[in-house]
Design a protein around this ligand. Structure first.
Ligand code: SAH
Length: 224
């Protein structure tokens, strides 16, 4: 089976499991070539619903987690998005498809921050090869500080597990009416995925499900 067929099968199974339902998210999952974002020796597993090692002890999340986060973020054309934890760059590419679809008259932008330089370099390469380099800006640094240079953001997603106290800069850098999607809890076990909506000075927090992510490491994250 070729990559296209495997990708279609993966998307069908996510739809059957009621993880994917929004047509635009489905289209984005069918478009972004996940096999171009994983190491060569993992290419044949790229369309299995499982996390994969990407170097520096880090992982690309399982596709159902990417899909779920994209659905809950309600990403739309024109959104300015901040992602903390670029990893492979795959999730940033999915966001790019949703905020700046082909021939968009009102293209949005994705800013994504990664603390491992090796992953920054690999992600930039994969994003360039898949034609997302103009929509996604990859930054090397500590994402718990957010990205004040481009704040405020319509949507913020964090793809590493934060301590229970959500990094204050991320809450501050979210637009009024904006949505933050973040796993939080303990360093390795006992984490939950939350959707946080900002209304003026108030934050509405909804727990989605239990999850397991690599830790968010930085000034407002875990120490190591
Ligand atoms: N979204 C990624 C998943 C990456 S896993 C993908 O699609 O592949 C989480 C990533 O968060 C790891 O690469 C890890 O190095 C990074 N990370 C952890 N703490 C960070 C921080 N404070 N700032 C930026 N990146 C961080």
């Amino acid at each position: 089976m070729n990559f296209e067929e495997k990708k279609k099968r993966l998307v069908e199974s996510l739809k059957n499991r009621d993880i994917l339902s929004k047509p635009k998210v489905i289209q984005a999952m069918l478009t972004v070539p996940r096999h171009k974002f994983v190491p060569k020796d993992a290419e044949s597993s790229a369309y299995m619903d499982t996390p994969l090692l990407i170097g520096a002890g880090q992982t690309i999340s399982a596709p159902h987690m990417n899909a779920m986060m994209c659905e809950y973020l309600e990403l739309k054309e024109g959104d300015k998005v901040l992602e903390i934890g670029t990893g492979s760059g795959y999730h940033a590419a999915l966001c790019a498809e949703l905020v700046a679809p082909k021939d968009s008259k009102n293209p949005g932008h994705v800013y994504t921050i990664e603390r491992h330089l090796k992953l920054v370099k690999n992600a930039k390469k994969s994003l360039k090869e898949s034609d997302y380099e103009n929509i996604v800006t990859v930054i090397h640094g500590d994402g718990t500080l957010g990205y004040p240079e481009q704040a405020p953001f319509d949507k913020i997603l964090v793809t590493a597990a934060s301590p229970k106290k959500i990094p204050p800069p991320l809450q501050e850098q979210l637009k009024d009416g904006g949505i933050l999607c973040i796993p939080a809890g303990s360093h390795s076990f006992g984490q939950n995925l939350y959707i946080i909506k900002k209304h003026g000075k108030d934050f509405d927090r909804t727990r989605i499900t239990g999850v397991r992510f690599v830790p968010l490491i930085g000034k407002y994250g875990f120490e190591t």
